[in-house]
Design a protein around this ligand. Structure first.
Ligand code: SF4
Length: 422
C-alpha cells in the first residue's frame, strides 16, 4: 500500500478516536443519587476494581492508592456490601473480571469476596489480574475452581527496562520472574502474561527475547499491548506524520504477529496456544458492563457511569444509597456509538454484519458507509461471507484506535482523581 495513504490512515484513526472521546466523554458530576436503568432479563458483565498497590509503576495511570492493610480490609467489606446492593436490584452476572490495582494484594479478602459473589450470582467465568509479587502456587491453589484466567502483569523480561520502570526492585529480575511464573503455570486453567511493547529503549531484539521467554514459559495466553503514552499527542500534524513514517510501534507489532504466528489470535493484541474463550479486554468483549468498587466505570444504555474515586466518599455512599456513582456522561450519539462498537468488534477479530445489525438495530453498511469505504480503500478490511474482516494492517489500526481510547480514558481518570480528598 502507498506509504502516504498508510500514514494518513494511522493519523486519521487516532484522530477519529480522539474526537469521539472529546465529544462523548464529557463527564458530568452529580451531587444527588442517580441510577441507571437496566434490563432485569439481561446478564451484564461484572467488573470489580481493587485500587491498591504496594508501589506505583512509572508508566501507570490506573486508579490506585498506596496499600494499607486496614484501608484495604475496609474496602473489601464495602465491596461485598455493594455486591449485595446489586443483588437487591435483581441483577445477575455470569462473567466477572477483577482488575486493579493489585487484586491479589489481600488474597484472603479476595477469596471471601469471590466466594460471596458466587453465592449471589450465577457467575461461571472469572478473570483476575495480578502483579508478579502475588503469584505462588500455594496461594493460587486456593482459587482453583474459582478463577479461570489469571493475567500476570509482567510487562517485560528485560532487566534494563525493569530497572527504568521501577519494577526490578519490586518484582525481581527477569530470571526471578521467570522462575516464579514457571511454578504457577498450570495451577489455574489459563495463565496469561501481559507484555508491553514500544518502550522508548526497546529494540526489535529485546522484544523478540521477551516473546521467546513468554513462549518458553508455556503459558496459555500472551497479551502484547503498546505502551499507553504518546509522544505524538501534542505535536502538529506534519511533525506527527514524519514521526509515524518510521513508526517503531508498527514495526514491533509486525514482529509480534510474526513471532506468534503459531498462536491463535484472540483479538488484535491477544494470542493463545489453544482456542480459549476467555479474552483479555472486558471493554472490547462486552457491550454493557457494571463496575463495582472505587473508580469503576459502568457502561449501560450508551452512557458511562463512574463510581466515587475518594475512598471515604465511596464508603459513605455505599452506606447511604443504592450505588456509589459520582459522575456520568450524556447518552452517546448513535453514530459515535456505532463507530465505537465497530472499533471494538474489529479489534476483537471481525464483524458479523447481520449480528452487528441486529445487536445495534442498524444497517452497518449504510450508517458507516463512509468508514467502510475508507477502510477498504486503504486495505484495512475486506468483506467475506457477510463478515468484515481486518487485514494485518487493519488489525494494527484497531490497536492504534484502542490505544487512543485507553489514553482518552486516562485523561478522564486524571480529571476524576481531582475528586480525591482523603
Ligand atoms: S502494579 Fe499495576 S496497577 Fe499498580 S502501579 Fe503498577 S501497573 Fe499500575
Amino acid at each position: 500500500m502507498n506509504k502516504s495513504i498508510q500514514l494518513l490512515s494511522f493519523f486519521a484513526s487516532s484522530k477519529l478516536i480522539q474526537t469521539s472521546m472529546n465529544e462523548c466523554m464529557k463527564i458530568k458530576y452529580i451531587n444527588k443519587e442517580i441510577s441507571y436503568e437496566f434490563d432485569k432479563n439481561k446478564k451484564y458483565f461484572l467488573y470489580i476494581h481493587i485500587p491498591f498497590c504496594e508501589e506505583f509503576c512509572s508508566f501507570c495511570s490506573f486508579h490506585k492508592f498506596k496499600y494499607n492493610k486496614n484501608d484495604c480490609k475496609r474496602y473489601f467489606k464495602n465491596l461485598r456490601l455493594e455486591l449485595l446492593k446489586m443483588k437487591e436490584k435483581s441483577l445477575d452476572f455470569d462473567t466477572l473480571y477483577i482488575g486493579g490495582g493489585t487484586p491479589l494484594i489481600d488474597e484472603v479478602e479476595l477469596l471471601n469476596t469471590i466466594e460471596y459473589a458466587k453465592t449471589l450470582f450465577n457467575i461461571n467465568e472469572i478473570s483476575c489480574e495480578t502483579t508478579p509479587n502475588h503469584i505462588n502456587a500455594d496461594i493460587l491453589n486456593n482459587f482453583k475452581g474459582l478463577i479461570n484466567r489469571l493475567s500476570i502483569g509482567v510487562q517485560t523480561f528485560d532487566n534494563k527496562i525493569l530497572k527504568s520502570t521501577a519494577r526490578y526492585e519490586k518484582y525481581g529480575s527477569s530470571e526471578q520472574l521467570q522462575e516464579k511464573i514457571s511454578k504457577v503455570v498450570g495451577v489455574l486453567p489459563i495463565t496469561s502474561l501481559d507484555l508491553i511493547f514500544n518502550f522508548p529503549s526497546q529494540t526489535k531484539q529485546m522484544l523478540i527475547t521477551d516473546l521467546n521467554i513468554a513462549k518458553n514459559l508455556n503459558v496459555e495466553q500472551i497479551i502484547t499491548y503498546p505502551l499507553m503514552s504518546s509522544k505524538l499527542k501534542n505535536y502538529p500534524t506534519l511533525k506527527k506524520l514524519k514521526l509515524l513514517k518510521n513508526s517503531k510501534e508498527f514495526n514491533l507489532y509486525s514482529i509480534i504477529k510474526e513471532e506468534l504466528s503459531n498462536y491463535i489470535q484472540n483479538n488484535a493484541w491477544a494470542f493463545s496456544k489453544n482456542n480459549i474463550t476467555l479474552k483479555d479486554e472486558y471493554i472490547a468483549e462486552n457491550n454493557e458492563y457494571i463496575g463495582i468498587g472505587s473508580g469503576a466505570f459502568s457502561h449501560i444504555n450508551k452512557k458511562l457511569f463512574v463510581n466515587a474515586y475518594d475512598l471515604n466518599l465511596y464508603e459513605k455512599l455505599i452506606k447511604k444509597q443504592s450505588n456509589t456513582i459520582i459522575a456520568y456522561t450524556e447518552e452517546f450519539k448513535m453514530k459515535k456509538y456505532l463507530q465505537y462498537q465497530f472499533l471494538v468488534h474489529l479489534f476483537n477479530g471481525y464483524i458479523h454484519i447481520d449480528r452487528f445489525n441486529k445487536l445495534f438495530n442498524t444497517s452497518v453498511e449504510k450508517t458507516l458507509n463512509f468508514e467502510l469505504s475508507m477502510l477498504k480503500l486503504i486495505d484495512a478490511i475486506y468483506i467475506k461471507n457477510r463478515k468484515i474482516i481486518p487485514t494485518s494492517f487493519g488489525q494494527y489500526l484497531s490497536v492504534i484506535m484502542m490505544k487512543e481510547f485507553y489514553m482518552g480514558m486516562d485523561d478522564i481518570r486524571t480529571q476524576l482523581r481531582k475528586t480525591i480528598k482523603s
